[in-house]
Write a protein that binds this ligand. Structure first.
Ligand SMILES: NC(=O)c1ccc[n+]([C@@H]2O[C@H](COP(=O)([O-])OP(=O)(O)OC[C@H]3O[C@@H](n4cnc5c(N)ncnc54)[C@H](OP(=O)(O)O)[C@@H]3O)[C@@H](O)[C@H]2O)c1
Length: 246
């Protein structure tokens, strides 16, 4: 496991194994739905399970009982999970704020962002990691954000979202260490999808940024996932497979 998460992936493409289950949490979102569509079209997995708040069973990251019930539902399929992507997240709205200044810091908004962006994925780890197969390649990837990088923070602002994504990255790193003890071929990573035109970003000016549509972002994410091997577990990568500083 490399230490800084800044190693870029090699260009060699390693296809994910055929069969097994691919699971998308947050499949109702802009990037999550594009990922689900691509995974279904690829037919590389025997089944694609889409979980979301409005789905059945419902997956609400603020409700651990629902997370446990969703995990039990997936376990009951008896299929090996070969890919689990966490594509949930919130930046603004639902009680969260994209603060421009410390003057806008609000305890409830900070707590809400942490709950959805960091604690929710941590609970997914708690309930879904034990379901991962003990042998063979499998990937647990959560969509983080480059703005969660402390080393890359030059603009400031977005306090709660940045802090929550930094917390998520640390949670993923710890999970990668623990995962390796029982599942040496498994991979756990944080990913930045690029700037993507979805509901999450729609309210923000994106001048000067390379804004992708969700289909392009999903293709980049899946390509990056294909190129990961177990030595990359615990890393933080962008949609081009480039390492991002913590
Ligand atoms: N778009 C970008 O430019 C960009 C850049 C960097 C990182 N990201 C990250 O990429 C991920 C996906 O973002 P997106 O752009 O696709 O945003 P999006 O279209 O707003 O989708 C967000 C998803 O999160 C789900 N969600 C929100 N709160 C939830 C909760 N309490 N429980 C369960 N699900 C919940 C939403 O479910 P509902 O449909 O039920 O609301 C939706 O499926 C996020 O982690 C985001 O931080 C995005």
């Amino acid at each position: 496991m490399h230490c800084l998460g800044e190693k870029s992936l090699s260009a060699a493409t390693q296809a994910l194994p055929e069969g097994g289950l691919a699971l998308v949490c947050g499949a109702s979102g802009g990037i999550g739905s594009a990922l689900s569509s691509k995974l279904r079209a690829d037919r590389r997995f025997a089944a694609v399970v889409e979980l979301s708040r409005g789905g059945s069973p419902p997956l609400d990251l603020l409700d651990e009982a629902r997370i446990a019930a969703a995990a039990a539902h997936v376990a009951a399929t008896g299929m090996d999970i070969r890919l689990l992507i966490v594509a949930t997240g919130v930046l603004e709205g639902e009680g969260c704020h994209a603060e421009k200044s410390w003057r806008q810091l609000d305890a409830h908004a900070l707590a809400k962002s942490l709950a959805v962006n960091a604690i929710g994925p941590a609970l997914l780890i708690k309930h879904f990691m034990p379901l991962l197969p003990r042998s063979g390649r499998c990937v647990f990837a959560a969509l983080s954000a480059r703005v969660g990088s402390i080393g890359d923070n030059r603009l400031g602002g977005w306090y709660s979202y940045r802090a929550a994504k930094a917390a998520l990255n640390q949670v993923l790193r710890s999970a990668a260490v623990e995962l390796k003890r029982t599942r040496p071929e498994a991979i756990c990573v944080a990913l930045h999808p690029g700037t993507v035109d979805t509901g999450l970003t729609r309210a923000f000016a994106k001048r000067g940024l390379e804004v992708q549509n969700p289909d392009t972002a999903a293709a980049g994410i899946l390509n990056t996932l294909d190129r990961l091997d177990s030595a990359d577990s615990g890393g933080f990568f962008d949609q081009h497979g480039r390492g991002i500083p913590w």
